[in-house]
Design a binder for this molecule. Structure first.
Ligand code: UDP
Length: 234
């Protein structure tokens, strides 16, 4: 019998019949602005499960260690149990979102190299930006862990940028989370879906990610379907 152990904004985590493995269940809930804006988008969970599965399989094929084990249903994925490091890693290729608001810069500028930012994963505080020193001095992760997370994040960015570009999609920015498994290894955890990425059609600039919900543009499920269809051809 699987038991609910955690419910997040877009996913639930259940125990599984295998020790040290969990089941991630992808919900249809959409939230933005630290959950001040909420809705249910029918089918989003299924789309995100499928997109995340494709992306994990692609990254694993390219030697990225992840928590992904298997896709077990339309909405469920088996993953290795990990202890999540409470740091959100944001990788930016093009200026957008909070970077522009915080520093007063224009959106859509290609950065001269990818920018890696760290935020403290804490909803009550609104996931504030942190510097590396906060992470190791406050003992959220060691200096070595941070170096590895940064290196992996940049490698993942290279792989994803290349993949999306082949599908006619520009990866402006995205968020990653890492965890430590039973063996003490740091692996990519959580999910990579359009909920946590900025994806723009290369030709038209059409927004294919959660900004459709944040900006009330509509057509979120249609946009995610487009991403999945393109990924399926990869
Ligand atoms: N992001 C996320 N979860 C968060 C914060 C950001 O998935 O809690 C993703 C977001 O979808 C975007 C990237 O990280 O692709 C950069 O987000 P930004 O810091 O610009 O945040 P915003 O203010 O736009 O939410």
């Amino acid at each position: 019998m699987s038991q609910l152990i955690y419910e997040g904004k877009a996913k639930k985590v259940f125990t599984s019949d295998t020790p040290d493995q969990y089941i991630l269940y992808f919900k249809d809930d959409a939230t933005a602005f630290n959950a001040q804006k909420k809705d249910v988008i029918e089918g989003k969970g299924v789309l995100n499960q499928k997109i995340a599965t494709q992306i994990f399989q692609y990254l694993i094929k390219h030697q990225i260690p992840t928590h992904f084990v298997a896709s077990i249903s339309d909405r469920e994925m088996k993953v290795d149990a990990v202890q999540i490091i409470p740091v959100e890693v944001i990788i930016r290729n093009i200026t957008a979102g909070s970077l522009c608001k915080r520093l007063g810069i224009k959106e859509g500028i290609t950065l001269k190299e990818p920018l890696v930012e760290f935020c403290y994963k804490n909803d009550a505080l609104g996931d504030p930006l942190m510097i590396e020193e906060h992470i190791y001095i406050l003992e959220l992760a060691t200096k070595e862990d941070i170096a590895l997370i940064k290196k992996q994040s940049l490698r993942i960015n290279e792989l994803l940028q290349k993949m999306f570009l082949e599908l006619g999609i520009v990866l402006a920015d995205f968020k990653l989370e890492f965890g430590k498994n039973k063996k003490g290894e740091i692996v990519l955890a959580d999910e990579i879906t359009p909920d946590g990425c900025r994806l723009w059609d290369k030709e038209t600039g059409k927004i294919l990610d959660k900004d459709r919900f944040r900006k009330d543009l509509g057509g979120l499920a249609e946009a995610y379907t487009e991403v999945l269809e393109r990924l399926s051809k990869f």
